[in-house]
Design a protein around this ligand. Structure first.
Ligand SMILES: [Fe+2]
Length: 373
């Protein structure tokens, strides 16, 4: 990246605390945001991993009343977030605590906006929210999305058959609690898929047009962790130290995309999730090898740095690492490639991808990432 003039545009207002028991040990931080909290979770995982209980105890210890909204859907849509916002309004919530993977955390941020603003669906993604937003505290229970560190809420948007993002600095969570005890019970498949999402955040962010020295420093550090821990995860190891490291790397990778946004990998992955029901992290993981290979053509230095951080000798060895995590790949038809490419090329992610992308580039990325039928 030599020869670049000084370029920094960095903002990160989230207070992060980490460690086993950090929610209860830092309960007083929550009390700063008011007397009534809406807790938002999916149906099961927050209860199973113990995070829900810890948050409830922390709030109670501070005399904060709470109500539970435990109906956040996977890949939540607008209506689901509206229901949560209504619950927040009816309860008179001063703030929201989101617990879970990307879906509950993103839904919490969207509900925080909707609780304070009367918006039509068409206005929700426009970035103007005069009423502000309720403060959000985030408790991730997967090491993937990094949503606890971003100003994005990514929702399923039926009207465009894809995902749309709220992107607004007012929804950076005020607090993030990282406790790797919560990821202990994750099935291997989910641990892998969420790790692949986080990996794609740091890898895409490192090479993004919008990257700067701050974001690359964070991304590089996260990639070092992935280089060390992903081979062990692929081997089936899932000890406490690995989980803590992956949670930290996912958190840093979230901070990266808060600064850089994501690139064509995420834009292409959204169609794999929307139309083929492939998990978000896995969808990105499928695309990463061919994407790094393409990036190498125009930014060999950046690609080299990514490979060095990951302790991979070349793109082939990176592909082998991914293979050990992904196993058999899904299929894709020529017609799907054409349709998904049309959708991906309409996104703003294209302009954030360091290499200028022709239609043929995107089609070829799909064809090389899945098994072509
Ligand atoms: Fe992602």
């Amino acid at each position: 990246m030599g020869g670049e003039i000084l370029k920094v545009n960095f903002f990160l207002p989230t207070k992060v605390v980490a460690g086993n028991g950090c929610v209860r040990e830092n309960a007083s931080l929550l009390a700063r945001y008011g007397k009534r909290a809406l807790i938002m979770t999916g149906r099961k995982s927050a209860k199973k991993c113990g995070a829900g209980r810890d948050v409830e105890e922390a709030l109670s210890s501070q005399g904060v009343e709470f109500r539970l909204f435990d109906e956040v859907e996977n890949n939540p849509g607008i209506a689901n977030c509206r229901a949560a916002a209504l619950a927040a309004r009816e309860f008179g919530a001063d703030f929201i605590v989101g617990i879970g993977g990307g879906s509950p955390l993103d839904a919490a941020k969207a509900a925080a906006v909707l609780a304070r603003n009367d918006l039509e669906d068409s206005e929700l993604f426009k970035g103007s929210y005069p009423g502000g937003a309720l403060p959000v505290a985030a408790v991730p229970t997967t090491a993937g999305t990094g949503s606890e560190m971003t100003q994005y809420a990514i929702l399923t948007n039926e009207s465009i058959e894809s995902k749309s993002s709220i992107s607004w600095e007012g929804i950076f969570p005020v607090l993030a609690f990282l406790d790797s005890a919560y990821t202990a019970g994750l099935p291997h498949r989910i641990a892998v898929n969420t790790a692949l999402d986080a990996l794609s955040h740091s890898l895409e962010g490192y090479l993004a047009v919008r990257s700067d020295s701050w974001s690359r420093a964070l991304a590089y550090e996260a990639l070092l962790i992935f280089g060390k821990e992903l081979p062990r995860l692929a081997d089936g190891y899932y000890g406490e130290e690995l989980r803590a490291q992956l949670l930290l790397a996912a958190n840093m990778s979230g901070a990266v995309i808060a600064q850089t946004a994501t690139t064509i990998v995420h834009a292409m992955g959204y169609s794999l999730t929307y139309f083929k029901d492939i998990d978000h992290g896995r969808a990105n993981g499928l695309l990463l090898g061919p994407y790094l290979s393409l990036s190498e053509e125009t930014n060999p230095e950046g690609a080299r740095e990514v490979l060095d951080a990951l302790s991979c000798r070349n793109v082939d060895s990176f592909e082998r690492l991914l293979e050990s995590l992904l196993g058999d790949r899904e299929t894709i038809t020529p017609d799907e490639i054409r349709r998904f490419t049309t959708i991906a090329l309409k996104t703003k992610h294209v302009g954030n991808t360091a290499r200028s992308l022709a239609r043929a580039d995107v089609e070829s990325l799909y064809a090389r990432s899945l098994r072509l039928l």
